[in-house]
Design a protein around this ligand. Structure first.
Ligand SMILES: Cc1ncc(COP(=O)(O)O)c(C=O)c1O
Length: 184
């Protein structure tokens, strides 16, 4: 298939960095073999919702057709198979990020929003905490601000309830003094 002139222009400028040049298959070959369904489609959301390749699908189908996977939280052999699979996946993720399992845990969530919610709920917020984020951000990242506000509001409430008896004692004392002065 003839290369479009736009692509030729693009490769002239960025060809050195384009498409896994040094791996066994470059991006064009991967796309042609693994993502035939993308013919005529421009898909730009791989970071948010990546697409499965044909070989991944084949491998999953083979695995599911040959192994009985049960509820991963029981003790049966089918459950143990699922549990092993999940543990192996966790280990692979940690290895990919070069993260020691002594220091890090890998938790699978239903998606990015659920993961960020978990971070907001479990982060050990304290009075010195700040949450920094870029101006352009997804709502689910901005939502973490609410956890910090909630914490700070509670911290403020507890400071007020702690010092309130002193404020109230001081004001009634000041009131009595001013009343005494008026009567004198
Ligand atoms: C930072 C961030 N949070 C949340 C989402 C939404 O993802 P999900 O549907 O997995 O919650 C996205 C999707 O692009 C995202 O980039």
């Amino acid at each position: 298939m003839a290369m479009s002139s736009e692509k030729e222009v693009f490769l002239k400028e960025f060809g050195e960095d384009y498409g896994y040049r040094n791996s066994s298959r470059n991006i064009d070959q991967i796309r042609a073999m693994e993502f035939k369904r993308l013919e005529g489609v421009v898909y730009l959301d791989h970071a948010g919702a990546t697409l499965h390749s044909e070989s991944q699908l084949e491998a999953v189908l083979k695995e599911l057709n040959s192994t009985v996977y049960g509820n991963p939280h029981s003790q049966s052999s089918c459950s143990m198979s699922s549990n092993d699979c999940v543990q192996k996946a966790r280990q692979q993720v940690l290895e990919f990020f070069n993260a020691s399992p002594r220091e890090y845990s890998c938790i699978f969530t239903s998606g990015a929003t659920a993961a960020l919610k978990l971070v907001g709920e479990t982060f050990p917020w304290c009075s010195e905490s700040s949450f920094m984020y870029t101006m352009e951000n997804h709502n689910s990242v901005l939502g973490i601000r609410e956890y910090l506000c909630f914490y700070q509001q509670h911290a403020m409430n507890s400071i007020i309830s702690h010092i309130w008896p002193y404020i109230s004692a001081f004001s009634s004392c000041a009131f009595s003094l001013s009343k005494a002065k008026t009567l004198a």
